[in-house]
Design a protein around this ligand. Structure first.
Ligand SMILES: Cc1cc2nc3c(=O)[nH]c(=O)nc-3n(C[C@H](O)[C@H](O)[C@H](O)COP(=O)(O)OP(=O)(O)OC[C@H]3O[C@@H](n4cnc5c(N)ncnc54)[C@H](O)[C@@H]3O)c2cc1C
Length: 476
């Protein structure tokens, strides 16, 4: 019987454990032990129920077009619990000079695919609108190397598009900045489209036409979640794993390669394994692997992470009636606010709030606000309420407020990230039996993390001679 240690019981490590459990149940001679520092599993996936409302402390949903999380839920037998975002009400606003301006129809990420609504929108200046029209005629362009998202977007649409859309959208997803993130790692499809079509607008129209001709039935919602919150995935995963193999509340302090396998040390206990899956943020993985693979550790430590704070506020039905329709708003850096974005949860996922409640979920921190984490909760609440008043004229006292702090939780894929992944993969192969999973590599979203866990298991089984195929970390 081969033994595999999994370190980290967030969604990446749980997905790895599930993939091993599946193999075990089909007769593969393997067992696993899952170590999780916290007394609860799930990492940043945490759902709370407050005053009849469902509050997500971390992720609230995932992109429908990435299938791995939904597929996992179906395999776990609760596909009927998957829900879509209420796209009939999908409107997003950008704060411009303190006021909410609706994103024009036809914008896909920051790319206009319908010229008329974009040209009529007050979101952009005449100069940016002219750039958008000119972009339509850009010839195919093969960029020489990687560049920041800001440089890429600016080449296509000018600096205002970076400030008003690219940067706030990336803050919402990565807690990151367009001026730091790699276009090849974060928007690989856009880099490919530029090479093939030149104009991103024309490329997206072509992609949409191709999708429409192959699509069957109803259009899919942009976001998918679970009826009872993201925690449902965690509970279901923990429920199917063998409880005797789970070690919550155990911090792994050291790992070392020994006798063709790995020794994992936690507290006074050490245990011998044939293989090791490190499913941690890369800064934590780097600390563990410092002694056994200093070069690998240094590459892992080179991947930046940002911290974030989410604040959920519950309000009564008067406030609900006064809030704008739509999913919420994004705040460009040029507005000088601490808040990056806010979601009107009662509109995005209506059943998460009773009819007489509104939930406003605010995001702070990210690459531009690391200091938010150090502030006490009452100060964070004061800032959020002050800015909600400035943006929405929302003065009402919330019925409840919850503040969640996530330190170093969001990986930032900087310029050169893909080349770094290749170096990491080469260095990992020098440490037999080691596999890596998590959000620091090939995708930060929940579906990517699910996929990273199962890919790490394929790599591990291959290394142990238990299956014929391996999935390298860099594949996407
Ligand atoms: C506020 C926020 C909002 C987000 N929103 C979305 C969203 O809407 N949609 C989306 O798709 N994605 C979203 N993400 C991203 C996504 O949720 C994460 O990338 C993903 O959940 C990370 O999972 P993970 O298992 O790799 O890491 P984590 O969840 O960080 O889990 C790592 C685990 O390892 C444990 N650990 C650390 N060190 C040790 C040790 N030495 N020994 C044992 N255990 C250890 C930790 O306790 C932790 O539980 C969001 C992230 C955050 C923070």
């Amino acid at each position: 019987m081969k033994r595999v240690a999994i370190i980290g019981g967030g969604i990446s490590g749980l997905s790895a454990a599930y993939a091993l459990e599946e193999k075990r149940r089909t007769g593969v001679e393997v067992e696993y032990v899952l170590y999780e520092a916290s007394p609860r599993f799930g990492g940043v996936l945490v759902t709370e129920h407050v005053d009849g409302c469902l509050i997500e402390a971390g992720p609230d949903s995932f992109l429908t077009e990435k299938p791995w999380a939904s597929d996992l839920c179906r395999k776990l037998g609760f596909g009927d619990q998957l829900i879509g975002s209420n796209d009939a009400d999908r409107k997003t606003y950008i704060v411009v000079r303190g006021k909410l301006i609706e994103m024009p129809d036809g914008l896909m990420f920051m790319v206009p695919t319908k010229l008329a609504p974009t040209l009529l929108s007050p979101l952009f200046s005449a100069q940016t609108k002219l750039r958008m029209a000119q972009e339509w005629f850009h010839p195919p362009h093969q960029a020489k190397g990687d560049e920041t998202v800001a440089a890429f977007v600016e080449r296509h649409y000018g600096p205002e598009m970076v400030d008003r859309l690219a940067d706030p959208l990336l803050s919402g997803v990565y807690g990151g900045e367009a001026s730091q993130l790699s276009v090849r790692a974060v928007l690989p499809r856009f880099a490919e489209m530029e090479a093939k079509y030149g104009s991103l607008g024309r490329a997206l129209l072509a992609a949409r036409a191709a999708m429409a001709s192959s699509a069957k039935g109803q259009p899919r919602p942009l976001f998918t979640s679970l009826k009872d919150g993201m925690q449902q995935m965690v509970d279901a995963l923990v429920g199917v794993l063998d409880a005797t193999l789970l070690n919550p509340g155990v911090v792994v302090q050291a790992v070392s390669p020994e006798a063709g396998g790995w020794v994992v040390s936690a507290g006074l206990q050490s245990d011998q394994f044939d293989a090791l899956i490190v499913a941690l943020p890369t800064h934590a993985a780097a600390r563990l692997l410092q002694r056994s693979g200093p070069e690998l550790a240094s590459e892992l430590a080179g991947i930046d992470y940002s911290s974030s704070v989410t604040v959920a506020l519950g309000f009564d039905k008067q406030v609900r009636a006064s809030l704008p329709p739509g999913f919420g708003f994004l705040v460009p850096r040029s507005e000088g606010k601490r808040m990056l974005a806010a979601t009107f949860v009662h509109n995005k996922f209506p059943h998460r709030a009773p009819d007489d409640r509104a939930i406003v979920r605010c995001f702070l921190g990210g690459a531009r606000g690391e200091q938010m984490l150090a502030l006490p909760e009452d100060e964070i609440l004061r800032i959020v309420r002050e800015e909600l008043d400035q943006i929405l004229h929302l003065k009402a006292e919330p019925l409840f407020a919850r503040v969640f702090k996530w330190k170093g939780a969001m990986a930032q894929y900087g310029v050169g990230h893909l080349e770094r992944l290749q170096r990491i993969e080469a260095l990992r192969q020098k440490l037999p039996g080691l596999a890596l999973a998590g959000n620091g590599y090939s995708g930060i979203g929940v579906p990517d993390c699910v996929r990273s866990g199962s890919s790490a298991v394929e790599t591990t089984l291959h290394a142990l001679g238990l299956v014929a195929t391996a999935t390298p970390l860099t594949s996407s």
